[in-house]
Ligand binder design. Structure first.
Ligand SMILES: C[S@@+](CC[C@H](N)C(=O)[O-])C[C@H]1O[C@@H](n2cnc3c(N)ncnc32)[C@H](O)[C@@H]1O
Length: 278
């Protein structure tokens, strides 16, 4: 039997646990920020993590490479002329307050309960980008958040950098497909996207993080991005093949090879997926 494009486990209704995972991520960003050889510094991480996130950090094993990969990705595309960044499942991210990209418009999309918690914590803080706009939605509700985004100053005729860090594994196959379809509909040529995800087999490990279960993963992100979002140039990295080079304070993929679906079948892998719409 051919492998399924998407593997899926049962959904649990809890959403507070999803919002909590964002605090865990900020907890790890705080810890990294304390190091003399830090790969990024997030001055708001402690405040955004709060006592709960600081007590239960997500883990530097994933947060250091993922955050730095995302930072490099945004900066690289900003240098190439992209002026809008949309983060789906933005969580307690503070790039709008730490990346010095003065012409960048930042849009953060996440659960209403997360944003209700986050916004008061940011009062009085100074942006390092042009603007920051938040869009509350629940990707599992079926709501068409793309209309909400288009009611802001987001411009779908201009290229966009999309980041979905720590989101895809919490969505079912249907929700992930719908999300990618909406991204495709909002993405002008030269848009780019980065997300982390898990391979199809990994879903069967029934991982739960901070109370939120992993629900979806795939061995076919290249095909999904092409079919659902018209993103045609995809590279899939085994995240463990990326090297944290602390001496030079950079993330290196010099020795990594982009993987094909056949490399993934039957393997439990955490993937970094990057893609471009030509
Ligand atoms: C693991 S956190 C990652 C947060 C952030 N991207 C980071 O790297 O720090 C997952 C984020 O996805 C959001 N999320 C999960 N499921 C969601 C859903 N169904 N709708 C909207 N946001 C969701 C959570 O609220 C949370 O902020």
């Amino acid at each position: 039997m051919p492998p399924r494009r998407y593997a899926c486990a049962e959904r649990m209704p809890e959403k507070a646990s999803h919002a909590f995972t964002a605090k865990m991520c900020a907890g790890s960003r705080y810890m990294e920020s304390q190091r003399p050889d830090a790969l990024f510094v997030d001055p708001l991480a402690s405040k955004l993590a709060g006592p709960q996130g600081l007590a239960q950090p997500m883990g530097d094993w994933i947060m250091v490479p993922r955050t730095r990969f995302g930072d490099d990705f945004v900066v690289q595309h900003y240098m190439g002329g992209t002026r809008q960044l949309v983060m789906l499942g933005a969580g307690m991210d503070a790039r709008a307050y730490r990346l010095r990209l003065p012409d960048l418009k930042v849009f953060e999309v996440d659960l209403p309960i997360l944003l209700q918690d986050k916004e008061p914590l940011l009062e009085g803080e100074s942006l390092t980008v042009q603007s920051r706009t938040v869009v509350p939605t629940d990707f599992s509700s079926g709501e068409d958040w793309s209309w909400k985004l288009q009611n802001t100053d987001f411009d779908p005729t201009q290229p966009t950098v999309w980041l979905l860090e720590g989101l895809m594994m919490y969505l079912t196959d249907t929700e992930a497909a719908q999300t990618l379809r909406r991204i495709g509909g909002l993405s002008a040529p030269r848009s780019s996207l980065f997300f982390d995800a898990i391979s199809a087999s990994y879903v069967h490990q029934r991982i739960v993080v901070g109370g939120a279960p992993f629900l979806g993963g795939s061995d076919h992100y290249g095909a999904l991005l092409q079919d659902l979002a018209s993103f045609s140039r995809t590279q899939v990295w085994d995240f463990s093949s990326l090297r944290i080079d602390r001496r030079n304070r950079r993330l290196s993929k010099d020795w990594a090879r982009s993987l094909e679906p056949t490399d993934l079948y039957g393997r439990n892998l955490v993937l970094f997926v990057e893609s471009q719409k030509i």
